[in-house]
Write a protein that binds this ligand. Structure first.
Ligand SMILES: CO[C@@H]1O[C@H](CNc2nc3cc4c(=O)[nH]c(N)nc4cc3[nH]2)[C@H]2OC(C)(C)O[C@@H]12
Length: 375
């Protein structure tokens, strides 16, 4: 259940609260990505110290390895990974298209050879629902087709119509296998497709909402489209989604993109950038990304940042540069912790700004100060 707590007079930003079986999520929220049942290099207790309220898991990856038999025998994903707060799982459609080989897309679903050992597999709406029920995630995403970008209107239409037919099959599966609502019931989020076409996005949003899910994601973003298209798609789609349900922009984004999408009515975000870029030595700062492998930090003994996680205090830029350049594990851990702190505190500051009626000033400050080029 989603409660709308406050709205911003200067934009479509909202402050909300989403209740799930494993706890309450304050929105706007950033969700650290834990694809293979771990947020890479970060301990669950460290995630709690970062105030991570919900993390992401992935149907495709966990189904391929270690498999649902093992995770089911463990009592579900929460027990398996020792994480007792909410988990959202993506349904696998996007990952099949971005990772698997020899994919054949059919009406019933997708046939492919998995990216690990090439075993032939099949993933369709009902299978994705079954896997996520076994994982026991708090929020399960419907099985959709992430429409590739760019594409012609007719291709976007047929892709979007397939996503709607698959959503109907997910709806029927849920009604048959998980009829209970409220309390400990798994939530299901529909995913709106339609590429960069307003008519398709609006039709998909209307038909998806008519099927009645617990929240809605905007899919087909962060797939290479220009940023202005990304923002326009959010502007077209959010007004058609229920005010009293959560909206999730999948795979997004940079700090300024997240703030601009909050301003357009998005509540939830996930992005691999803070943890992925940490592994190649890039730390986020209010003034833009800083690539610590750069020689200019060789004798820079200032702290990583004035605004960082307690576990990252006491380490200089020069020292972290040394760790990254020598592939020392502590280096990627420190920058991962710092970057997650940066993203999670960005969301926390956005929540406070909406509550205090100063979101316009917060938005202007973040966007003006952040330079996309690495320092
Ligand atoms: C900037 O990060 C790269 O871009 C991907 C994130 N962008 C993204 N757009 C998405 C769209 C969908 C969708 O339409 N449907 C479903 N079910 N899930 C989705 C998941 C998505 N994630 C990351 O994915 C890789 C790892 C390929 O690179 C990252």
């Amino acid at each position: 259940m989603f409660e709308l707590l406050a709205t911003d007079p200067s934009s479509s930003a909202r402050r909300g609260r989403l209740t799930t079986p494993h706890g309450v999520i304050e929105t706007p929220i950033f969700m650290p990505v834990g694809t293979q049942a771990t947020v890479k290099a970060v301990h669950p207790q460290e995630l709690r110290s970062l105030d991570a309220q919900i993390i992401l898991g992935n149907t495709y990856h966990l189904w391929v390895r270690p498999g649902t038999e093992i995770i089911g025998a463990a009592g579900g994903l929460h027990k398996f990974m020792n994480w007792d707060r909410p988990i959202l799982t993506d349904s696998g459609g996007f990952q099949v298209f971005s990772l698997a080989k020899l994919r054949k897309l059919k009406e019933e679903g997708c046939y492919f050879n998995n990216h690990v050992d090439g075993t032939p597999m099949f993933l369709g709406p009902e299978t994705a629902m079954e896997i996520q029920a076994t994982l026991g995630s708090d929020i399960a995403m419907l099985f959709d087709e992430c429409t590739p970008w760019p594409c012609k209107h007719e291709d976007a239409r047929s892709s979007m119509e397939l996503t709607l037919r698959w959503a109907r099959r997910c709806r029927d599966w849920i009604d048959k296998h998980q009829p209970q609502t409220g309390g400990g019931a798994q939530l299901h989020f529909g995913i709106v497709q339609g590429s960069t076409f307003e008519d398709l996005r609006q039709r998909c949003a209307r038909e998806m909402v008519a099927m009645g899910f617990s929240g809605y994601a905007i899919g087909g973003l962060s797939v290479g489209e220009p940023e202005e298209d990304m923002m326009r798609i959010a502007e077209w789609t959010c007004p058609l989604l229920p005010q009293n349900q959560a909206r999730y922009a999948m795979g997004l984004g940079t700090p300024p993109q997240i703030v601009e999408l909050i301003a357009r009515g998005i509540d939830m975000f996930d992005c691999v950038l803070p943890t992925r870029l940490a592994r190649n030595g890039t730390a986020y700062t209010h003034d833009g990304p800083m690539n610590l492998r750069n020689n200019k930090f060789a004798k820079d003994f200032r702290p990583l940042s004035e605004d960082t996680h307690p576990l990252c205090q006491g380490f200089s830029r020069a020292y972290i540069r040394h760790l990254i350049n020598t592939q020392e594990v502590l280096g990627l851990r420190l920058i991962s912790l710092h970057n997650l702190h940066f993203y999670l505190s960005l969301a926390s500051r956005a929540r406070l700004a909406i509550e205090q009626g100063c979101f316009a000033e917060f938005r202007a400050e973040v966007v003006a100060r952040y330079q996309n080029r690495p320092e």
